[in-house]
Design a protein around this ligand. Sequence first.
Ligand code: C5P
Length: 377
Amino acid sequence: MKSESGVGARIHVVRFAPAKLNLTLAVVGSRGDGYHSLHSIMVPLSLGDALTLSPLRPGSNRDTLRITGLATPATPANLVLRAIAAARDAVEATWPGAPAVPPRLAARLAKRIPVAAGLGGGSSDAAAAIDGALAAWGASLDHERRAELAAALGSDVPFFLVGGAALVTGRGELVQPLPETQGEPPVVLLVTPRLAVSTAAAFEAYASGARHARPALALDISERLTAQIKAGLTTSALLERIGELALANDLMPAAVSIVPGMQGFVTALEKTIGRPVCQSGSGPTLWSLYPSLAEARKAVRFVRLAAVNGTLPLVGAGEPFVAAATIEGRPMPPTVQLTDGPTGTIRPRTVHNWRADQHGPDEPAREPTESKGDESR
Ligand code: C5P
């Protein structure tokens, strides 16, 4: 593969795949196609996975995926592999190397976002894989085809493909960028009980009646907040709305109904941190807002201590994942790394916005890429 560093150099495409938070998540109605219409303000976080894609030698007959960090299945059902396969099908006839098939890719995923947690980790990895695979092949797809690919992989994927804060409607495919809040970026405390919540199960519980007492409230809060953000909301004004945000996720009663012990956990967490607690997506991740990283980190320590001393009852398999992260308003800049050629030494060309100090404190900060290009054979 040719690159700007010369013939034979290997290309390593690196993508940061941020977690998302639903500031609001109103279920507007059932669509009759197995999905629900949503009105949700979604924001990317500084917590995220890192995906590296490297073309394999001609003759390789399958894409590979190696995962480090948090436990995640690397089966063909993994969204990274499905996203690469879907992107290959979409560009097969038009990419620069046609009629040859776009090369197989070796994917390495440094996983830091808890899985099936309401933080969109798998969807973000999928969006990063679409974008990264196209870059690795020198291929392009128009905006519409990319959006279609993304929506076919999952309802949250289009949000990540667009990047940045957004109002998300439809079943997730309509993504309208929103401005970031004015002032310092808001900081969020994330507390994820160690168990998986299936999105489908949460929507089923919602459909069966696990709902807030005031059904229109979440939509009302979501619409008002959208208008306020568009008009230029300050970070401190957003922080003042935490009480409302705690009522603005229509899937929270659903998660509470399907996770044994969840209501007690929410109540104990609110008591521990002295703030209202909100839910992201279909859960089980709970969150609250803080004006600074220092205060959020203090809360991280408090919550950990409460989990150890039993003030916070354990839900799922052991102590929760607890982390502080900032809300990122703007899309992450893409990065590409190029090797020198046969020796396989990677030289980063772009310093991406990986912030070691903002990861889950129980996940040691590591370089998202490795020092050898040995998978790109
Ligand atoms: O699109 P995704 O694979 O994330 O959706 C998983 C399941 O969650 C869907 O099969 C559907 O049951 C439910 N869902 C929904 N309405 C949405 C998104 C997801 O009912 N907007």
